[in-house]
Each structure stands twice: as C-alpha cells, then as structure tokens.
Write a protein that binds this ligand. Structure first.
Ligand SMILES: [Cu+2]
Length: 376
C-alpha cells in the first residue's frame, strides 16, 4: 500500500487544452494503444490562480491532486502485458490509481480538489464514494463548468476528465472512505451500464481522514453558487455546415463513415472562424468515447433529446453507443463546434485506443475562407 504523492505542475491558464499542430503525428495508428499502456503519463494542469485565497478560491497546492485511472494486465512472470491481437479493447487484471493497485491517501479534515482522468486503455469508470457523500463537480474535459454540479457519481469514458471538490472536514479523524468504480464492464467493447454492488473489486482507493488543517478555499456554499466559466453563446457564431459521422465496425476493425483511417485523406475542411454542427451515430453493442482535437464543443442533443446535466459543459470527449449514460445507449448525438484561432490538421477519433488503432479516426483540416477546399 502506497500513499499517492500529489504531482502538481504549474502552468499559466490557457483557454484551450493541449492540442497543437503535431497532433496527427502523435496518433499513429496500430501502436498508440500499446505505447500508452506501457508509458508514464503527465497531466497538463491548468490552474485558476493556484492560490486558494484568490480568484475562484479553489482548493490548491498540496490539496489539488490529479488521479489517473488505468487498467493493467500482467503475464505469468508479473510483467505488464498488452495483447496486440485483441481488437475489441483491453481490460486489465487490475484497475490502478496513479499506477498503484488499491492505494490509500491520508487526507486532512478540509476541502480537496481531485482531478480525475480515465486513462483507459478501454475501460469506462463510474466513480463514487462508499459512504454516499456527493461530489461537487467543478470541471470536465473542456474547462471549468459554468456552475458546479452536485452529483453522487461520475461516469467517464477513456480520456474524459472531471474535477471534483470533497470536503473531509465533515468526518471525524480515523474515518475511512473508499473511492469506487461500480460500473460493470465485461469486455473491451464498452460498459453494460449496470451499477454493481460495492465490493472489494469496486474499491480503487481508500481515503483515511487524519487531523485538522487550515482551509483558505471558499466555503462550499460559495463554491457551489459562483459562476466559473460561462458557456460560449452559440447564437454569436451560427452553424454554417452540418456533417454526419457514423462510428461502426467492419471485419473486426473500427470505421468512421465506413472507412478505416487513411492519413493521406482529409475528410472535412471547416473554415477558420466558423461553426459547424456534427452528428455522431453508433450502432448497438459498442461504446465509443469520441474525442475531437482543436476546440471544445457543446452537446446540442442526445438521442434527439435535450442533453442531461452530464453534457451541459464544454467537452472534448463524448460517450456514444452502449453504456453512454445510465443504462441506455446513445445512437445519435449532435454537437456544436467552433473552429477559431488556428489553421491546420486535427484528428477526431475513438479514444478506446484499441478502436483508434484499428482504425476509428478521421483527419480534418481548418482552412481560410479563400482555400479551394473551404467548406468541403
Ligand atoms: Cu470505440
């Protein structure tokens, strides 16, 4: 059992995440899942101010802790093993937190910010606390939310993120609380959507509440009510083009609009400064966490209905297909995306990295309005 050490980096706050022009080259198919399985991760931590007495007064410093959830598979010698012949998706023998199996974390009686990231390679997770305490969710993959959400559990597909605040001052010293993943998943294709009873298997990490510590972050009532990052207004940049993307399977591999990824093919040429509406479709039996590079998007509808709270934020990964939300699948999802700031090539792909490797990805190129391919 190992205490997780917070790994905090300081970086100036930026409007967008970390997508840059080299993104295609980092998505070489066939080997990315293998490479991600064996390598270490680092998180690009964007801070509000990094000081809990200023700005939004979020828990900061040693009380701001990233947690990466990844599955690991081991061979008979105890070495990590990645099955390159498995084209559905890799589930591990063990679910790890910051590469530790069932670690514990001693926490002071005060508020913490945790930055959850589902590192796959293929497992979805639904995080909750064993004593029923709810999370104050403040951010997701896109950015800080417009307003905090109070939620009892959080479902994440591969590469999705969620930042939460948990106030441990409400518990006496010595209290033990487990962080659990109770989402059933029996194959790499995707989760069933069923929530399992709590058991040793579902417990990922144990919090042990220790002694008091000063807390200069804002009181919970303020954190819950304050406006953080408002959503961009869609009416300010109306949709100029609609596109359809169908995520499917063919002969054991994974396709977009019936095609395997070809790095020489550009599938869309959005015009810089405009906005488009993209509709994702997925058949039954598979879950796909779809990730677009460049700018965060907004979910307009899910199965032709107004999206749930889970979707009401800026996103760069969205779950479609089986187990997307609750126990139901999502056959159709429509989103709004702007193409500002940069020209160039970007990928969109399934972030079940095994699906991505075989070969569920397309390339799009943002061009100026006078480009001969503009809007194609
Ligand atoms: Cu997929």
């Amino acid at each position: 059992m190992v205490i997780i050490a917070p790994a905090i980096g300081k970086k100036p706050k930026v409007r967008f995440g970390f997508t840059i022009i080299v993104s295609i080259s980092r998505h070489r198919t066939s080997i990315r899942g293998w490479r991600l399985f064996y390598t270490l991760f680092s998180e690009d931590i964007n801070l509000d101010t990094g000081d809990e007495t200023t700005g939004l007064r979020l828990p900061s410093g040693e009380y701001d802790i990233p947690m990466l959830f990844t599955d690991k598979l081991f061979d008979y010698t105890g070495q990590m093993f990645f099955d390159t012949f498995n084209l559905e998706g890799i589930l591990g023998d063990q679910q790890t937190v910051n590469f530790k199996i069932k670690p514990y974390l001693e926490v002071k009686r005060r508020k913490y910010r945790f930055r959850f990231l589902d590192g796959g390679p293929s497992r979805y997770i639904e995080l909750s606390l064993s004593n029923g305490t709810k999370f104050v969710r403040i951010a997701n993959c896109g950015n800080l939310l417009p307003k905090a959400q109070i939620v009892k559990s959080i479902r994440l597909g591969v590469a999705e993120r969620a930042d939460v605040i948990v106030d441990f001052s409400q518990f006496p010293a010595g209290t033990e609380i487990y962080l659990e993943n109770r989402l059933e998943q029996v194959s790499g294709k995707g989760p069933t959507g069923k929530i399992l009873p709590s058991s040793d298997k579902t417990k990922l990490l144990k919090f042990i509440v220790t002694d008091d510590a000063p807390d200069n972050s804002a009181p919970l009532a303020q954190l819950i009510s304050q406006v953080m990052v408002p959503m961009p207004k869609r009416a300010a940049n109306p949709v100029v083009r609609k596109r359809n993307w169908s995520f499917d399977t063919s002969n054991g591999a994974w396709t977009v609009n019936g095609q395997l990824f070809d790095p020489t093919v550009i599938s869309a040429y959005p015009v810089e400064g405009t906005a488009e509406e993209w509709t994702f479709r997925s058949g039954g039996g598979w879950g796909h966490p779809i990730h677009t590079h460049h700018e965060e998007f907004q979910v307009i509808s899910r199965n032709d209905k107004f999206p749930a709270e889970d979707d009401l934020s800026r996103k760069d990964v969205v779950r479609i297909g089986q187990g997307a939300q609750g126990t139901s699948g999502t056959g159709k999802l429509t989103m709004y995306m702007q193409f500002r700031d940069w020209y160039g090539d970007y990928p969109m792909h399934c972030h079940n990295v095994v699906h991505e490797d075989h070969s569920m990805m397309i390339r799009f190129k943002i061009v100026p309005s006078d480009d001969p391919n503009a809007g194609k």
